[in-house]
Write a protein that binds this ligand. Structure first.
Ligand code: PLP
Length: 371
């Protein structure tokens, strides 16, 4: 049999795949840079040890990890699913609850990109109901949609706002018996009092997403959790791969969720929250920064005159931040993840220098964006 040429392989792919645009993650779109402040990772990460052999297949849902997370989150083990990051939880929810080409999801931009990407790869329509003033849910707009899943991100990425609990309750009340309401709490450790986990006992159609990638400093581990009524967890378990959690992942996750691991996480959260508040205070003093969003997480959104120029200038100083201007409802904004004290010092110096320079002529902005 002769080898297939590239065009022939492309012809074999499903139409859906031909139409998909490859996802550009913060990591894939990186070009150099020593200081990484573009993916909301935790720079204050502890080191872990592995032991044992790995010749056996792992447990699909390692009990030690499930039990530890249930205890940490204050739910029962039957309400917990562990997956390859919260991203896999998002994908499993869509694949388990949305009939391709028939059902839809509702999201509230500007928000996390993976809800729409996972929906697209499951041929599921996406209703977009913009946040009001980029911080409050548009309840009337959300109630006008008929989704299977509503995604609410709180603290919201990239704005950093907490969605008011009363609004989340209003959405839960409206969609009783009609849809699942998924609250993405990827950053909840930075504002733990705002968690909606206590509502799980009242609302069996509430789903909460969690991760070890942010406050726990384990983005490289790929380990996340879905918290929901046992019936929801059972549905997801039918769709998950047989061995989604590698044995080394299970070992490290169990260490991170030990009493000592949780204390360590809470300590780094305290440090990061202080660095964030200091950064917000300093950014508000910079003449070129037009708006600083309040933040309840480990990142801060800033509006500047020219986001692409600002990102490029910081790359020249070896600092990577993320341009969020392509988000619906946001324009000329950059998102800065909070790094180590040393990294934040370097950032402050670079930003002071950038904003004290003469800014480019606004008439040239459009030309550069198209270049
Ligand atoms: C980072 C992030 C996730 C994904 O977490 P992983 O566990 O790394 O897949 C989910 N939701 C939001 C809002 C995030 O920012």
């Amino acid at each position: 049999m002769s080898e297939l040429t590239v065009p022939e392989i492309n012809n074999l792919a499903r139409q859906l795949v031909k139409d998909l645009v490859p996802y550009a993650s913060a990591r894939s779109s990186m070009s150099g840079g020593a200081v990484w402040l573009n993916a909301n990772e935790n720079a204050l990460a502890p080191a872990y040890q592995l032991d044992g052999t790995f010749n056996r297949y792992p447990s699909c849902q390692p009990q030690a990890v499930i039990n530890a997370y249930a205890a940490y989150a204050g739910v029962s083990p039957e309400q917990v699913l562990v997956s390859r990051g919260a991203d896999e939880g998002i994908e499993l929810l869509i694949r388990s609850f949305c009939e391709p080409k028939i059902d839809s999801i509702t999201i509230c931009p500007p928000t996390y990109g993976m809800y729409a990407i996972s929906a697209q790869s499951n041929q599921t329509a996406v209703n977009k109901v913009l946040l009001l003033n980029s911080e409050q849910l548009d309840l009337a707009g959300i109630f006008a949609t008929e989704p299977k899943l509503v995604f609410i991100c709180s603290p919201n990425n990239p704005t950093g706002d907490l969605i008011p609990r009363q609004q989340i309750i209003a959405v839960l009340e409206h969609f009783k018996g009609k849809a699942l309401v998924v609250v993405d709490e990827a950053y909840i450790e930075f504002s733990p009092e705002a968690s909606v986990v206590p509502l799980l006992s009242r609302y069996p159609h509430l789903v909460v997403l969690r991760t070890l990638s942010k406050a726990f400093g384990l983005a490289g581990l790929r380990c996340g959790f879905t918290l929901a009524a046992p019936a929801v967890i059972c549905a997801l378990k039918k769709m998950i791969a047989p061995y989604p959690i590698a044995e080394p992942v299970a070992q490290i996750a169990a260490q991170a969720l030990s009493a000592q691991g949780i204390v360590q996480m809470q300590h780094s959260v305290k440090t990061i929250n202080k660095l964030r508040n200091d950064f917000i205070g300093a950014a508000q003093q910079l003449p070129g920064v037009q708006r600083v969003w309040p933040s309840n997480a480990n990142y801060v959104l800033l509006q500047v005159a020219d986001a692409a120029d600002c990102v490029a200038a910081l790359i020249n100083a070896d600092i990577l931040i993320r341009n969020q201007s392509s988000q619906l409802g946001l324009s000329q904004v950059v998102r800065v993840s909070i790094g180590s004290p040393d990294e934040m010092q370097r950032l402050a110096t670079a930003m002071q220098q950038y904003f004290s320079e003469d800014k480019p002529d606004p008439e040239n902005l459009e030309k550069r964006e198209h270049a």
